[in-house]
Design a protein around this ligand. Structure first.
Ligand SMILES: [Fe+2]
Length: 304
C-alpha cells in the first residue's frame, strides 16, 4: 500500500528492490517496468494530452489561478496532469513504481512539480545522442527521472534509447551506434538517472508517440533501508570492471549512507575484482585512500 501525504506531496510504501537490484541500478543507471499502468489510465492520459478529456484538478495550488492552469495544460509542459486524481493514484503512485522509488530515494520522496510532454509525429529520424541540460556527475542520487509511455511503444514508434553505464562519466557516441531501446506495451515506465546518455530512437511507423517525463525527489538522507540480503557481502560482490567499479561502489556506498567512509587505493584493489582470483581483493575497508574523480576537468560545469 502506498501512503500519500497530500500536504507535503510525498509518499511512503514498502521498498521492493534488493541489495543486488539497487547495485544493478547503480551499475546501469536505469531500469524498466513494462506495462505497469492499466490500459484505462493510459487511454485517459492520451485523451488528456490530446485535449479531449476535461480537466478535473483535485485542487488549485497556492499562487495559481484557473487561467494559469489552462495556460500550463496547453504548453509543452502540461504539469496540470499532476493534479488529476486518477493520474496521482495510478501513475505517480503506481505500486510498482513507488516500490522502486522508495528503494532508491528513501522515505517521503517528493512527487514531481513539472512534466515534459515529448509528442512526436512518426515516422521521424533519431535524435542525436545527448545528455540533458544541467546534468551532474557524482555518487549522489538525490532525484531520479521517470518516463511514461501511455501507448504501445514498439521499436517502430521510436522509444527512448539509453546507454547503460553512461551516467558514470561522460562518453560520446556516433549516430550509427545503438543503445538499449525502451520498448514496451502501453503503460511502460522507465526510471533512470538524469545524467545518462540517451536519444529518441528512429521511428518508422505512422502515428503519434506521447511520452511524459518528470522527476521524483529525495527529502531524507540516504540509508540502506531497501530489502537487504543476508548473503550480500560488500567485500566480494561484483561492482564492475576497470574504470567503472570505483564509481559504482561509490554510488552504492552513498545510497547506504556510507559515502563519507568510502576510500579506494587503486589498481587491482577493492572494489575491482576478477572472477579468477583465489581470494577477496585487498583494499576493502580502508579509511585512508582516494575518491573517484567524478568531475574530471568539470565537463558538467559544476565546481568540485
Ligand atoms: Fe533528452
Amino acid at each position: 500500500m502506498v501512503r500519500y501525504d497530500h500536504v507535503h506531496r510525498t509518499f511512503d510504501c514498502d521498498p521492493t528492490l534488493t541489495d543486488t537490484q539497487v547495485l544493478d541500478f547503480c551499475r546501469n543507471g536505469f531500469l524498466l517496468l513494462p506495462g505497469v499502468v492499466p490500459d484505462a489510465i493510459n487511454r485517459r492520459t492520451c485523451d488528456y494530452l490530446n485535449g479531449t478529456l476535461p480537466a478535473q484538478p483535485s485542487y488549485i495550488p497556492d499562487g495559481l489561478t484557473l487561467e494559469d492552469l489552462e495556460r500550463i495544460r496547453a504548453s509543452h509542459e502540461p504539469s496540470t496532469i499532476l493534479l488529476e486524481e486518477w493520474f496521482i493514484d495510478h501513475v505517480l503512485l503506481n505500486l510498482q513504481v513507488a516500490g522502486v522509488l522508495r528503494s532508491l530515494l528513501g522515505k517521503n520522496a517528493g512527487l514531481p512539480v513539472l512534466v515534459s510532454h515529448h509528442r512526436v509525429e512518426c515516422p521521424a529520424a533519431a535524435q542525436g545522442w545527448h545528455y540533458d541540460a544541467d546534468h551532474l556527475f557524482g555518487p549522489e542520487i538525490n532525484f531520479v527521472e521517470v518516463f511514461y509511455f501511455p501507448q504501445d511503444t514498439p521499436l517502430e514508434l521510436g522509444p527512448t534509447e539509453l546507454v547503460s553505464g553512461s551516467h558514470l562519466s561522460p562518453i560520446r557516441r556516433e549516430a550509427s551506434d545503438k543503445g538499449v531501446p525502451t520498448t514496451g506495451p502501453a503503460g511502460t515506465i522507465g526510471i533512470h538517472l538524469q545524467n545518462i546518455l540517451h536519444r529518441r530512437g528512429e521511428s518508422t511507423a505512422a502515428g503519434i508517440r506521447h511520452m511524459l517525463k518528470y522527476s521524483y525527489w529525495r527529502t531524507e538522507p540516504p540509508k540502506r533501508d531497501w530489502i537487504t540480503e543476508p548473503t550480500f557481502d560488500f567485500r566480494t560482490v561484483s561492482y564492475g570492471g576497470h574504470g567503472t567499479a570505483r564509481y559504482v561502489a561509490h554510488m552504492f556506498y552513498w545510497l547506504c549512507g556510507k559515502g563519507k567512509e568510502y576510500r579506494i587505493i587503486g589498481g587491482q584493489a577493492w572494489p575491482w575484482s576478477s572472477k579468477n582470483q583465489i581470494g577477496p581483493s585487498y583494499g576493502f575497508g580502508k579509511t585512508e585512500g582516494y575518491l573517484p574523480n567524478w568531475r574530471k576537468n568539470n565537463p558538467d560545469d559544476y565546481a568540485a
